[in-house]
Design a protein around this ligand. Sequence first.
Ligand code: EPZ
Length: 446
Amino acid sequence: METLVVQGGSTLQGDVFVDGAKNAALPIMAASILVTGEVRIKRVPDLVDVQTMSLLLQSLGADVKRSKGTLGIDTRDITSQHADYDLVRRMRASVCVLGPLLARFGRASVSLPGGCNIGHRPIDIHLKGLAALGADLRIERGYVIAKAPQLRGADIFLGGPGGSTVTGTCNVMAAACLAKGRTVIRGAAREPEVADLGRFLNSGGATISGLGTSTIEITGVDGLMSITHTVIPDRIEAATYAIAAAATRGTISIHDVQPRQMTSVIEALRAIGVAIHVAHHRIDVSVSDPLHSVELATLPFPGIPTDTQAQFMALLATVPGVSIVTDRVFPDRFMHAPELARMGAVIRREGASVVIDGGRQLTGTSVMASDLRASAALVIAALAADGESQIRRIYHLDRGYARLEYKLNGLGAQVVRRRDEGSSNGPPHFLNNASAESNRPEIQVD
Ligand code: EPZ
């Protein structure tokens, strides 16, 4: 286990460069199963979840190689269609191999994902969509056993009580690429990461239209050929740094982003009083005026992403006044609230909302990460707090943020990673402020 030791009180200043989007890279890696040829995916972030998806593909018999930020995947020699519980339990996005395995091989056995700290996350809509394409599905001993000699196009509604499903849309859209005939997915997720998967598939010969809208149409083809694709920027990583800058009243520029994918986040920050300047592939964040409390609610894209809810909660704990944050996607995604309270935040849970009595000075202490974005919220609070914080179980962070402490220290923070079972590296030391440029992944923003 490892801990992040954060000295609070620094004001973030300078430039930071975001990586490729985790939530685009993962379904794209899974969809490489459809491709009978070489796949090259550029701007793949160096994350634990990417390593897990690579291990899963290799367990099926695929060849996966990484060279800097580019993944080379060859699935021509896949021999197994069994996605084991031990890998699937580490990462829910593993379920994205189900549709591609079924479409290419006519069968698949994929472990059900199991529980999750951010709330109830069934895959019933994934299964409903694949059944509509003609798959025979049953659940046996915690596995989805799927068979489909030939998938057939269908007109499918994929909306559910929590709105659209991101990975559900990815799974069904990928499977429909090799189905006979035309598929219409209504109530499709509009997230940019879903659209990026669609562009990846189209560049391999698929015929998908309506990407970015709630109605996606796919006309099945016989197969997909070799693909080279560059993943879109990670809008959640970018939002996390913008919110961290606001929480420390700093001034930063966030590079290699697509601002049009961040409109709801930019508007929410402006409503709080944060100054945001939008350039072509950059957003500049600064705080000059006093910040004020707001009411925010997360929604499927283009709404405020649920993946930024915890980060906004940490920021609003530092803003005088009563704020309300509601999560309409994952109404139980509040594991970070009690940990923020340990740092002095005054937060009251009210069903799918929290009421934050903000503006008190947060104080550094030991806290426990519970999931990926909750961990980011704790880091943000620790940066704004008075004194030192120790954030434990930061393996959660490493699932979704590459080089976090280096990027934060490049902005003037004081963050050090410490091995819990006695550091073999001597006393904690603060990483010298790595230059922002050294953090820049080798990418060209298209
Ligand atoms: C994706 O998860 C993201 N993960 C999540 O990001 C993100 O929080 C979520 O979308 C919402 O934006 C990846 O893309 C790998 P959903 P996903 O299916 O697809 C309900 C992060 O921090 N639902 O869009 O699993 C579900 O319970 C992660 O990077 C069903 O009812 O989320 C929820 O209420 C965390 N049945 C709502 O839909 C289903 O079959 C949205 O979930 C599927 C979903």
